[in-house]
Design a protein around this ligand. Sequence first.
Ligand code: C2O
Ligand code: CU
Length: 521
Amino acid sequence: MTAASPLLVLTGCDDRPGPGRRSTPSPRGGPVVYETGSEPGQLGPVLRSQRTRPTPYVRPLPVPAPARPIAVTATEDVYEVTARPGTVRILDDVDTPVWGYDGGFPGPLFESRRGRSMRVRLRNELPVPTVRHLHGGHTPQESDGYPLDYILPAGTPHGGGSHHLHPGGRVHHGEFEYVYPLDQRAGLLWYHDHRMDFSGPQVWQGLVGLHLHRDDEEEALGLPDGDHEIPLLVCDRSFGPDGQLIYPSLDPELATTPGVRTEFANGVLGDTVLVNGVHAPFHEVRQGSYRLRIAIASNARHYRIGVDRLPADGEPFTMIGTDGGLMSRPMLVRSFVLAPAERADVVVDLSGYPVGATVRLQNLSGGTGTTDLVEFRITGPDDRPAWRAPARLTEIERLDPADAVRTRSFFFSKVPTANGPTFQISHHLFDPDRVAADPRQGDIEIWEFTTDQQHPVHVHNCHFQVLDDDGPLAWKDVVSLGVNDRRRIITRFDSYRGRYLLHCHNLEHEDMGMMANYEIR
Ligand code: C2O
Ligand code: CU
């Protein structure tokens, strides 16, 4: 991190940075001053922490055990979760208040298997409305977590206090039971808050977790499992003087005004990267093959993931899967790029390192505090044979552009207004009443995305293939676009009918308008 630019002071709902230092009390602590810093390679400023960063490599990597259902039937597992305030230990010397599922951050790890559905009864004990979205799920619309389908705070039966309620949502009071059929191929899904206008601050505050979905096909590959399979939720955060998470909301109450201070509008970048909620943890491993299930839960940060020292021979990673599960064939890679919301399924081979060595999984595009992810400490030879990738992992039907019934185009751009920047899709701010695309169920379509700047584009309730890409065939639900970029995706809309979203998964862009409805008819 290099020198800070001028101090920027939170001024309630006033979005213009005023002269001098003014500050207003935040509901989560005393007055907060937001400082910007810079990091090489990042397009925008980094939000600087005002507390010493945690000491790296002193805490073990937390590997979550799957959540336990409260009820199990022949076909279904039922879970109960409460979104509520809690505290977690991230910094060395002070606890950090969060909003978490069951008060934790990250939330519980869910595990499911194709052929069994899942229900999640979510109770809201937060001071704000919440919405749960299972990212990567093919989910009936009532349970998909449409941003207006609020669960209002328990105990506010008549309207959610001062929170601005848009018409057009199905509002639930205190709790809601989401139903996830999960009739889809195995993959790493994740879940997070999706409240209209306030997903950025609410995810930042802790409302996020992982979900491993399994099936027989994947199991037949004999991939590293048990303690040789490691889920890694990666995100960046910044800390205030009292150890609290800080976020430059225009409206610190998260009640009515969406968005962030202008200087952070391109996306809020934290200066401290966390893996499973810990900064630069260590993890003891053997000289074997480990399956890393990586999900990027950052609001806006992009990563290039690699290692600090290459093995004696070959590449460190065999990439086997992405957002929507296994790719058609494995691919040896030295490093790989992930945008917000993207996932990678990689097998790392540690047999080329000596016993006693340490290998750091790193963000090669990071700076101080945002580079080191996990330090693997190799404690001895492995008691299992190394995993050898087969030539083919799975059969993926290649969707043929000639079978597409139409092509639709979407332009993702930042649009300045008198009240500050907005983010739009094809010159529209998100409008719950507008349907931007209405594919018929079963149709194959090509969607062309173009951009002005970086936008990771996500489509709900669907997986797609990226055209003009020559890697292995893969099912994706996020496609990462760069500056003045153009990518085309192709998909068959064979999931549930209904109204769903496509949006930019930079959560600040999303909150400032960059979403659109699409409806499978
Ligand atoms: Cu990760 Cu609309 O969601
Ligand atoms: Cu964007």
